[in-house]
Write a protein of this length. Structure first.
Length: 210
């Protein structure tokens, strides 16, 4: 069978990108990572992609008059390569309708909180400041709002007494690196169905998650 072609958008360290690249390399994830899209040439994720043999599309946002302008160029590149799924994995820029409309239902994001709680930046810090006992990870479709798209999967992470932001972040990111490849695998195998705000994952897939 033809592998699902994905593009990963990332801006920073790239640990989620690495988790996807490793899963694809060892056969746990049956996809083709066609492209990394990054808005920072010096970001460590760029070196990770090059090491994994993944093509990189780096752009400088300030060189364009608007978000729509650079997204138009990115869209053309994605379409040229036949990309079928966009994965936002630590991409720190707002996505406009230029990408949302053609990729609606084919663009997902991983967020370090149990949405709809603590959307936006610093979800882990927000959870600590609020004093919740449980936070977690959400993978959701992108609809153009602030982490407001339909939720595909969530996994909880306990907040321990005396947790530092660094300690909680390490546990949350570990779960991100487990949940994101799992969700992509379900999408690639056709087990995920989007109907309005409701997302259904096939029962056999949910059982296999463990």
């Amino acid at each position: 069978m033809k592998k699902l072609k994905i593009a990963v958008f990332a801006s920073g360290q790239g640990t989620n990108f690495q988790a996807l690249a490793d899963a694809a390399a060892d056969g746990r994830l049956d996809v083709d990572i066609e492209l990394l899209v990054c808005d920072k040439a010096a970001a460590p994720v760029v070196a990770r992609a090059e090491q994994a043999g993944v093509d990189v599309y780096v752009f400088t946002p300030k060189a364009y008059p608007s978000r729509e302008a650079y997204e138009t160029e990115i869209l053309a590149e994605l379409q040229r390569r036949g990309v079928e799924l966009i994965v936002l994995a630590g991409y720190m820029r707002i996505i406009t309708q230029v990408l949302v409309e053609p990729f609606y239902g084919r663009m997902i994001n991983v967020h370090p909180a149990l949405l709809p709680a603590f959307p936006g930046v610093n979800g882990i810090r927000q959870a600590l400041d609020y004093g919740v006992k449980v936070t977690g990870v959400t993978v959701h479709y992108v609809d153009g709002g602030m982490d407001s798209g339909p939720i595909i999967a969530q996994r909880a992470v306990e907040v321990l007494d005396g947790d530092s932001e660094e300690a909680l972040r390490a546990r949350v990111h570990k779960v991100e690196r487990e949940l994101l490849p799992w969700v992509i695998a379900q999408i690639a195998s056709g087990r995920v169905e989007l109907n309005g705000r409701q997302v259904t994952v096939a029962a056999e897939a949910m059982r296999s998650e463990g």
